[in-house]
Design a protein around this ligand. Structure first.
Ligand code: ADP
Ligand code: MG
Ligand code: MG
Length: 207
């Protein structure tokens, strides 16, 4: 079972990955956007980390909804409301349980990712964060490895592969879509940060 401490570890590991890779995320966004994705997420996840310390959440659901609210209130760019919706809706789907199973988290994340698709109007192949998030949710939703190990590492691999697979795509949503065919040949910043989020899930499970 996954307790509140697991979810705090997940969010903290995501914040650390964003700090580590902020320059890369901004560099990717400078090729097909406005060069702020790293600093947007840095601002957002620093606020998340601060809030987790100031008002420690009592449940897994509360941890994710708190993080989602902070991202929405601190990140001005498209990614703030989108990641905020992802975490808020995933948290809401977990309800007020003190512990949740990996299967319940997989199902809740599916709901959260669907909410991102609805809010942003994007679908798989549009060269957005969904190109990493949807394969991750698929990997989490399929049967767990027979040896009893967790599906999180497979989800992390699926998300990283999904992010890489955005390189040859043309963007159909967000700022990158303004470039038309010139968006081809660059990795999507949001798909790249989504891969960090899912990798952090695997990290939190290892600890
Ligand atoms: P902004 O584009 O407002 O500067 P960011 O640079 O922080 O915001 O985030 C850009 C990322 O947001 C993109 O790389 C893409 O993955 C994601 N994104 C943008 N628009 C959408 C959308 N409509 N649906 C899903 N993801 C989107
Ligand atoms: Mg940007
Ligand atoms: Mg911007």
């Amino acid at each position: 079972m996954l307790d509140t401490a697991f979810f705090v570890r997940w969010l903290t590991a995501t914040a650390a990955a964003v700090e580590r890779d902020a320059d890369l995320l901004t560099e990717l966004d400078s090729a097909i956007g406005d060069a702020d994705h790293g600093s947007n997420l840095q601002r957002g996840f620093r606020a998340v980390t601060a809030s987790l310390g100031e008002e420690p959440p009592a449940t897994p659901g509360a941890a994710l909804t708190l993080a989602g609210r902070r991202l929405i209130s601190t990140v001005g760019g498209a990614s703030g409301p989108l990641y905020g919706t992802l975490l808020r809706r995933t948290g809401k789907a977990l309800g007020d349980a003190a512990e949740v199973s990996p299967a319940q988290l997989a199902e809740a994340l599916r709901t959260g990712v669907a909410a991102v698709a609805q809010l942003g109007g994007a679908k798989a192949g549009d060269k957005t964060m969904l190109d990493a998030l949807e394969p991750a949710v698929e990997a989490l939703g399929s049967a767990p490895p027979p040896d009893g190990s967790s599906s999180f590492p497979a989800a992390a691999r699926a998300a990283a592969e999904g992010a890489l697979a955005t390189v040859p795509l043309q963007a159909h949503k967000g700022r990158a879509s303004y470039l038309g065919e010139r968006s081809i040949g660059h990795q999507d910043p949001g798909a790249t940060s989504s891969a960090l989020l899912i990798a952090a899930l695997a990290e939190a499970a290892e600890a």
